[in-house]
Write a protein that binds this ligand. Structure first.
Ligand code: GN1
Ligand code: MG
Length: 367
């Protein structure tokens, strides 16, 4: 606490620090909540950035400031109130820097958005609002001026690379787990070619990259504690040029799953079609004006693509000896891999239904 206290004091926060405590459930960075002693001053979020993963903290922080300022500018233009709760506010250090480097450790701070909650349970109603929120987020960022956002993790959602990383892990077998994982590896490899379709379409010029959030799990959205209204999107670390399918898909992967991301009871895992329908309706309401027909038609593919990619990533980490994701117990990545693969199979069974849903919604929009 003492050292956290002295780190926190390097940032330009207002008020007296009352307490600092671990916060949230991210798999990558370490997050703390700073409570200040007066209700007049904001509380804050302090994060130790995982520098092994985010190599270019400068670019990441500059991206985040550009994104949040641009969103605030759009919201102000629309006459929205309560702007500090609808976009993150980066707190600089007392020297005016966007992050603090202490030896090999990087830190940053944002204001905690007051009276906000993440959703433990997603309903069709909140999925619809979130869909609208994400379409709007992508729409607001579509006219971001200046140079393109830097890629904070190069090739982050590049499926060809993710599959290659899995193949490399199988080949190297550094901790001897490949034997056990073979059936799952084979099942994934059977699907590899299809899952790289978007990369191929992009190379041919028929599938665009836009600005995407690239981590739209449901925990990365804040809602008003009392009204339940959608407030804003958080965790902007990986917001960079990407496919809209990444964002559509990752929400369905997390919120549209009847089980947990690391569900031990695979019977509980499956697609909740009501959540899919509601999210798709909200998303298309705000995103339809800028989406191309192929982007719309491939939204269900996005759900499969992101679930497949997450299975590949968890399994790769398992085979490499759990070096990337934080784990709570030794077989955690194995359990996560199976939970994600089971969801993928459920999505495959629902594919025709998802496609019908998107077709119907797209027709309604164009009538
Ligand atoms: C990681 O930020 P966090 O911990 O929520 C990961 C995402 C994965 C997610 C799986 C930089 O997200 O890509 O989808 O875990 N972030 C990074 O839950 O790799
Ligand atoms: Mg993240």
């Amino acid at each position: 606490m003492d050292s956290l206290q002295s780190i926190a004091s390097c940032f330009a926060l207002r008020g007296e620090i009352e307490s600092i405590a671990p916060f949230g459930g991210g798999h990558i960075n370490d997050t703390y909540r700073i409570t200040t002693s007066s209700a007049e001053t904001p509380d804050y979020i302090l994060q130790r950035i995982n520098h092994a993963i985010f190599r270019d903290v400068e670019t990441m922080q500059r991206n985040i400031v550009r994104i949040t300022e641009h969103i605030r500018h759009h919201l102000a233009e629309r006459g929205e109130k309560d702007l500090s709760r609808k976009a993150l506010t980066v707190v600089p250090t007392r020297d005016g820097a966007l992050f603090l480097k202490e030896g090999d450790t990087y830190w940053r701070m944002t204001e905690l958005i007051p009276d906000s909650v993440t959703l433990y349970e997603v309903t069709p109603e909140t999925a619809y609002l979130t869909g609208r929120g994400f379409g709007d987020f992508q729409q607001m960022l579509s006219d971001l001026p200046g140079e393109p956002l830097g890629a904070t993790i190069p090739d982050f959602h590049n499926m060809e690379l993710r599959i290659q990383q899995l193949k490399d892990a199988v080949q190297a077998n550094p901790v001897g787990r490949v034997g056990k994982a073979r059936p799952l590896v084979d099942a994934l490899m059977k699907r590899a070619d299809e899952m790289c379709m978007v990369e191929r379409l992009h190379r041919e010029g028929s599938f665009p990259k836009r600005i995407a959030h690239c981590d739209t799990k449901v925990d990365n959205m804040l809602f008003d504690r009392s009204t339940g209204d959608f407030l804003c999107v958080i965790d902007l670390d990986t917001t960079m040029p990407g496919y809209v399918l990444s964002d559509f898909g990752d929400f369905i992967r997390t919120a549209g799953n009847t089980g947990a991301e690391d569900e031990p009871d695979l019977e509980k895992v499956g697609l909740n079609m009501d959540i899919f329908r509601a999210f798709a309706r909200g998303y298309l309401e705000t995103a339809s004006p800028f989406l191309t027909p192929i982007e719309k038609a491939m939204l269900p593919f996005g759900a499969r693509m992101m679930t497949y990619m997450q299975t590949v990533r968890f399994l790769t980490d398992y085979l490499n000896g759990d070096t990337y994701y934080k784990t709570a117990f030794p077989e955690h990545n194995w359990q996560r891999s199976w939970a994600q693969f089971t969801l993928l199979q459920s999505l495959e069974r629902h594919n025709a239904e998802m496609m019908r849903c998107i077709r119907t919604l797209s027709q309604e929009k164009s009538e």
